[in-house]
Design a protein around this ligand. Sequence first.
Ligand code: 4AD
Ligand code: MG
Length: 495
Amino acid sequence: MQGMFRACCPIKSGRFYSSLTVKSLYEQVHRARHDSISIHGWIKSIRILKRVAFLDLQDGTSVNPLRIVVPLTTTDDAQFLKNLKTGQTLSVSNAVWQDTPNREQPFELQIKRPIDSIQLIGPVSENYPLQKKFQTLPYLRTLPTLKYRTSYLSAILRLRSFVELQFMLYFQKNHFTKVSPPILTSNDCEGAGELFQVSTNQSSTASSYFGKPTYLTVSTQLHLEILALSLSRCWTLSPCFRAERSDTPRHLSEFWMLEVEMCFVNSIQELTSFVETTMKHVINACVDNQEELLPKQFVSLQEDEASSRPSLDQEKQQIKSRWQSLVNEEWQTITYTQAIEILKKHHNQDLHFQYEPEWGQPLQTEHEKFLAGEYFKSPVFVTDYPRVCKAFYMKQNSTPNDTVACFDLLVPGMGEIIGGSLREDDYDKLCKEMKERGMNESGELDWYLSLRKEGSAPHGGFGLGFERFISYLYGNHNIRDAIPFHRTSTGSINF
Ligand code: 4AD
Ligand code: MG
């Protein structure tokens, strides 16, 4: 049995059972060949000529489709091929490798008799919606069960998976421990009151399952602080939930946050330099794998954008050069106070923001987009925000007065993708700040305060909105496409 298995599937990578993946076949280009290949996938397109048919198969493992060349020697063969439709699931066996060095695809598979080698294992209905015609993202978003069969959207999920892995490898190499903090919590880490409360479906116990109000976490930071004070360096990638009423392309009710917490950092510059190095490492890995990560087809972002969208080549080129300059160029850093000065100057001279920039007020998305996208045209760290604009746990600066040691990373087209800070480790200052904000009135955060008394250490960390980062990399600024099943303030959850 083992021998037979080897004989019909000599390729090792991607082989767990008798079928190969399309990706594993592409990995074999320029390597040893094999005689009899079995593969599964969905029909991407089919073109029938007089004596031959070209079947393009995709299986979601690669941006590259697999070309299968089918000779049409009998009328039965021709009829069999004519009955095949885009979207159907096929099992193909006894296919033979053929090098095609001068074509776009470096090889194709050839089969002798379609009736013997092709088995239809999943039919489609007459009105299967993913036909070859031009598709727009708003249309694809109406097809949540099918949209990831498109080259454009499956590529974003593979990019996300790849980026996750790169972070993991980088953190592991730098002695961070991946931890799994809880989703259910009794605290509101950010203090913004945008919480989903959890209850059971049994009305008698609805509010009392845990004996007190319990929420879905908005950030795992407070738990990570406990763990960092044991492990020195830890990180997680966890779902976070915010009951914000923001129906924008940058907001989700359920999103994933990559959070890092590390001890023995003493300045915000140490943190921002760690962030820049880490992000550049991950983006560099994307550059090294760009041909396998970027899709073969782009779709229109808007219903009416079809004509104004750059060509496929231009679009790909733009992404590649953005990735390259993100790696090559030094990212900018300014203080919040400097940011307000720049914004005020432009507000008075050549621009008119909807919200007037004012020291002591949070930066609005329009301000963030201007700073990163138009002023610096690069990622920019904005540091040292006013204390009142930020959460209770941030370390207070001695100068400038009434600011905290924090940063936001802003990127062109998206605005904020990371928020981070040093954490206040002075027990008295933290108590005072919490009291001023009306927090911890019944001692619910005493455990957090106690960390400052039991083997405390200077520490800090940050949270990266994972969908925002993936969307930014991919050049699609609607983060709803960077998560398979988006939950937003305006959409009901149907499955
Ligand atoms: O700036 P935020 O609120 O920071 C925190 O939660 C810190 N406790 C993180 C930390 O220091 N460990 O959120 C961090 C990032 C934002 O910069 C943004 O990218 C993303 O999370 N984010 C959202 N992404 C999608 N939808 C939302 N509703 C988001 N809210 C925040
Ligand atoms: Mg923030």
